[in-house]
Design a protein around this ligand. Structure first.
Ligand code: MG
Length: 392
């Protein structure tokens, strides 16, 4: 029998993992910096861990720019650099905690789960009075089936399955041994490394609020779960741009160089499509136009690649706590044909703004040989940007 009254409770340290780049799913910046209820996602976990009375110290594992964006660290916290994989990031944190005794308790948490509660921490610490490791799990409420391609197969017995969350709790010495003996570096959590030692991992009830931020849509789910529902409004902006066709320039349209007899003339690379998109986004933000932010009179923008202008507009959206819901671009040109380049242009815009390609429409039209575009004197582009922005 464990006599927990006879010895003082071991100290508890936290390891907060915020090293992922997380830009794959429609975030204009690392997802741990997205604003949730006016606070960066990682700040939710950081504040909850620092506020728990049992936790005295912590390590934030993140790149310098993320650490800087998170603001001043709580007392007793330090930061260290992430590794290429999650497992290496935890190993880096363990190295930063080298002075702590093996009996210390460590909570390892992914910053992409901002809904940290004191209750989960309490349940883990209670389990660690007797267990070497403890994790929060949730039951699987849905019927589960095997699936191959589009065909549903046999039902899987979900009564023996559970969803695993973080934070996960360990005796520091056990966590150290698990990492020291890990052969591969691809573990998606630490409990599986501990189990490879032959050590039992206790399961305690998790919390639905620990929902993981993976896709842009998860921000809405988390806002609801955390009661931070920021009222969002829809804002639409329009952009329009024209550049003259000349014989001695390359043709850049939509961040893509297109082989053609003529190219567009301008101060920058004259990418008429990216300029229209940039103005559409700035328009939805009511944040001036491309010329205000990148004056043609400024020599530093001579010949500039226009993806910088578009990326800047995307950063302005993120800085407001907003997101780009949809972009619709029309290129008005007699030649060249845009159709063969449409998917490359959509992919390039998706890459520049880190938004899914499904949210980007690219269309083209001629003007039936009428007007300046019809006479092939220039190319025009118009764009509409639909944003979601926080009410203020
Ligand atoms: Mg322009």
């Amino acid at each position: 029998m464990i006599d927990s009254m006879s010895s003082p409770a071991p100290p508890v340290v936290a390891i907060l993992l915020a090293g992922g780049q997380g830009t794959r799913a429609g975030f204009g910046q690392p997802k741990q910096l997205e604003l949730l209820g006016g606070k960066p996602v990682l700040g939710w976990s950081l504040d909850a861990l620092a506020a728990h009375p049992a936790i005295s110290n912590g390590v934030l594992v993140a790149n310098d720019d993320v650490v800087a964006a998170a603001g001043p660290l709580p007392d007793g916290w330090i930061s260290t650099a992430p590794g290429a994989e999650r497992q290496q990031s935890v190993a880096n944190a363990l190295a930063a905690l080298a002075d702590w005794q093996d009996a210390t308790l460590a909570l390892v948490h992914d910053a992409a789960r901002p809904g940290m509660t004191a209750g989960v921490i309490d349940r883990l610490l209670a389990a660690l009075q007797t267990a070497e490791a403890a994790i929060p799990t949730l039951p699987v409420p849905d019927t589960l089936v095997e699936q191959a391609h589009d065909e549903a197969g046999d039902v899987v017995d979900r009564s023996v399955l559970a969803r695993v969350q973080t934070p996960q709790g360990f005796r520091l010495g056990t966590l150290r041994r698990a990492h020291a003996e890990a052969v591969e570096a691809t573990a998606t959590d630490d409990a599986q490394l501990v189990r490879r030692l032959g050590t039992t991992v206790a399961a305690v009830p998790g919390d639905a609020r620990l929902h993981k931020l993976t896709y842009a849509e998860d921000m809405d789910i988390l806002s609801g779960l955390l009661g931070t529902n920021v009222m969002m409004r829809t804002a639409v902006g329009m952009g329009y741009d024209v550049h003259r066709l000349v014989t001695d320039k390359p043709l850049w349209i939509g961040g893509t160089e297109i082989a053609h007899s003529h190219g567009l003339e301008g101060h920058s690379d004259a990418d008429v499509a990216l300029h229209a998109l940039t103005d559409a986004i700035l328009g939805a933000l009511a944040d001036g136009d491309i010329g205000d932010h990148f004056p043609p009179s400024d020599p530093q923008w001579r010949g500039a690649a226009s993806h910088r202008f578009l990326a800047f507009a995307g950063e302005r959206v993120a800085a407001r706590g907003g997101r780009i819901d949809h972009l619709d671009l029309t290129i008005i040109a007699e030649a060249p044909k845009i159709g063969p380049h449409r998917d490359a242009i959509r992919a390039r815009i998706s890459e520049i703004l880190a938004i899914p390609v499904e949210r980007i429409s690219v269309k083209a039209t001629t003007t039936e040989r009428l007007g300046f575009t019809g006479r092939r004197e220039g190319i025009a582009a118009q764009a509409a940007a639909t944003l979601k922005l926080p009410e203020n």
